[in-house]
Ligand binder design. Structure first.
Ligand SMILES: *[C@@H]1O[C@H](CO)[C@@H](O)[C@H](O)[C@H]1NC(C)=O
Ligand SMILES: *[C@@H]1O[C@H](CO)[C@@H](O)[C@H](O)[C@H]1NC(C)=O
Ligand SMILES: *[C@@H]1O[C@H](CO)[C@@H](O)[C@H](O)[C@H]1NC(C)=O
Ligand SMILES: *[C@@H]1O[C@H](CO)[C@@H](O)[C@H](O)[C@H]1NC(C)=O
Ligand SMILES: *[C@@H]1O[C@H](CO)[C@@H](O)[C@H](O)[C@H]1NC(C)=O
Length: 404
């Protein structure tokens, strides 16, 4: 009898200890009915988890429930060296802009200053962003869906993000980031709904993902290095594409908008491998503003399949937004960029355009195994200016380079 009692006590104690690792938002007062504001319960559960020591602390967002959240921040650092968000349910934003507690916020859900955070599960986050897509609004009036700022050893696995007011995921000032098996979806004509924006971050791996939004799938901005993107399907998940609405449809890998307004920009060591660009506006692309400073270098696009892509290979150093143009005095230097094994179909004749600055030129551009045909069977054309480099088994590209 006494022994049985002791076993029972021990078992209860054990379960209690194990359960103490899990912080279920429902236990902190979340309703999960999709209409009640659950922000407070999420923040309480987070605080409770974050302030307790020990390993493998888990905030649980259970499946079967839909949680409505107003803009909030999960602040770190936490006491535990590894915290996890088990994200299985659904999170929704307020129904429209007017219902936001503060629609001036730049971020809807933020994670700040965390070390060893893992966000994983089969959950979905829906920003219900359509009221932010209205034409009158500027980029800065549209909030980011999920922002990770100042995080290291971060993993984002399995989740789905839809209908973000602006970009889906922003990675800024982070290092050692793994993003795996996620899906990001927004309609073709939703402005600024980039998939993943990376800035001031290093060692970012994006692996096995599906991104179809109204803007760039991945945008790599200033201060980023050691970026590895593998097996991404970039392009439509749904929707009907009309040729006449191509403007701002589906832009692609976009190393840049570098060097805006004379600012210094640095991006290096970017590897994009085994990716599919499906009916996108751009394929492998680097764009920089005139009169910027800094560099974009050591960039490889390898094993790229194009399905009816509009601008398969494009480097544009003379990127002008809304007609701004001055006398060109400097440029972000582009060098050591390789496009290899790029194949498939282009929606326009111009399969390659490398338009470089006459101040810096593009240097060490390598084009090899390029095999792109046009969908209407017309002869592909290439346009190059101020480019130094070489080609290999890419007869379509012959004549692109300047002679030294
Ligand atoms: C924490 O999780 C990791 C990975 O799942 C596991 O290897 C480790 O044993 C766990 N630690 C504790 C204390 O449960
Ligand atoms: C890039 O990521 C892929 C897939 O995760 C991996 O196999 C490869 O080794 C990585 N490359 C580098 C240079 O980190
Ligand atoms: C490309 O997009 C179309 C929809 O426009 C889809 O039917 C097709 O499966 C996609 N292909 C790939 C390889 O994802
Ligand atoms: C060019 O870039 C590749 C890929 O990032 C890198 O391995 C190589 O060292 C670079 N070459 C030079 C000369 O920097
Ligand atoms: C040249 O490229 C074509 C098309 O990508 C490929 O079929 C062929 O095997 C390549 N030749 C060599 C020598 O690599």
């Amino acid at each position: 009898m006494e022994l049985k009692f002791a076993v029972l006590v021990l078992t209860l104690l054990y379960c209690g200890l194990v359960n103490a690792q899990i912080y279920d938002v429902l236990k902190f007062g979340a309703k999960g009915d999709g209409t009640t504001d659950d922000s407070k319960a999420f923040v309480e559960a987070w605080k409770s988890m974050c302030s307790s020591g020990g390993e493998n602390k888990t905030l649980l967002i259970p499946s079967e429930n839909t949680f409505l959240l107003q803009p909030l921040v999960f602040q770190g650092p936490c006491k535990s060296s590894s915290v996890q968000v088990q994200f299985d349910g659904k999170i929704v934003a307020p129904i429209n802009k007017a219902a936001w507690s503060d629609s001036e916020k730049q971020v809807w859900v933020g994670f700040n200053g965390l070390i060893g955070l893992t966000v994983t599960g089969s959950g979905m986050i829906d920003g219900r962003g359509s009221s932010f897509w209205e034409p009158g609004l500027s980029t800065s009036e549209r909030p980011t869906q999920l922002q990770f700022q100042g995080c290291s050893n971060l993993q984002i696995i399995g989740i789905t993000s839809v209908n973000s007011p602006k970009n889906h995921i922003s990675i800024s000032n982070c290092k050692n980031v793994d993003i795996t098996k996620i899906e990001l979806v927004a309609p073709d004509l939703s402005p600024n709904t980039d998939g993943v924006n990376i800035a001031d971050s290093s060692n970012v791996n994006i692996f096995d993902t599906k991104i179809g939004t109204g803007d760039d799938c991945v945008a790599i901005n200033s201060g980023s290095k050691d970026i590895n993107i593998t097996m991404m399907i970039c392009g439509p998940g749904h929707g009907i594409r009309h040729i006449f609405i191509l403007y701002k449809l589906m832009q692609l890998y976009n190393v840049g908008s570098l060097g805006k307004d004379g600012e210094e920009s640095e991006v290096e060591n970017v590897l994009v491998t085994d990716c599919i660009f499906n009916k996108t506006d751009n394929g492998a692309r680097i764009k920089t503003w005139p009169n910027g400073k800094g560099y974009a270098r050591n960039i490889v696009f390898k094993g790229i399949e194009l399905i009816e892509t509009k601008n398969p290979i494009i480097i544009n150093q003379n990127y002008i937004d809304k007609g701004r143009l001055g006398v060109e005095k400097s440029a972000v230097a582009i060098s050591n960029v390789t496009f290899t094994d790029v194949f498939g179909t282009s929606r326009i004749d111009e399969i390659l355009k490398i338009d470089c600055s006459k101040v810096t030129y593009c240097k060490d551009i390598v084009l090899e195994h390029i095999d792109i045909s046009t969908i209407d069977g017309t002869k592909p054309i290439v346009e190059c200016s101020n480019v130094y480099g070489k080609s290999n088994n890419a007869s379509q590209i012959d004549g692109c380079f300047m002679q030294k």
